[in-house]
Unconditional design. Structure first.
Length: 139
């Protein structure tokens, strides 16, 4: 995440970064976790979003965060002004991969984990019995 969209656009055009981003298009496996949209979410503590940006996404239905991007309860990427400042793989490219391994450690991750599952990012799940039971109860 960069401070300005124009800077992100310039960097994405740099030959080395452009080649790396192009290489990501061939990814067929993903090991990931999901972020919450609570007030103490890592997207705020890491500076990816301000508390105001987080609140605005939550008001529009954000259920979680995948790869720094907000998703709704069905796992669909939510458009926003922060997207133009991101450098990384596009979320739609991560749907339906050969293998999507979600590691979800706590009960606070139930809602965003369900969003990732519903969105088609997950083929395998690594979690605790308590979280698994909560996921099944909420599904």
């Amino acid at each position: 995440m960069l401070s300005r969209a124009a800077l992100a656009e310039e960097l994405r055009a740099e030959p080395i970064l452009r080649a790396q981003l192009q290489a990501l298009q061939g990814v067929n496996k993903l090991l990931f976790s999901v972020g919450t949209v609570s007030e103490n979410s890592h997207v705020v503590s890491s500076g990816l979003a301000t508390p105001e940006e987080l609140a605005a996404h939550v008001a529009r239905g954000a259920a979680g965060v995948i790869c720094g991007r907000f998703v709704d309860a069905m796992g669909r990427q939510m458009p926003g002004e922060t997207e133009a400042r991101m450098i990384g793989i596009d979320l739609p490219r991560l749907v339906g991969l050969e293998m999507g391994i979600l590691v979800t450690p706590g009960l606070d991750k139930v809602t965003p984990s369900l969003a990732a599952i519903r969105g088609g990012y997950v083929t395998h799940l690594a979690t605790s019995t308590r979280v698994a039971e909560a996921l099944l109860a909420a599904a």
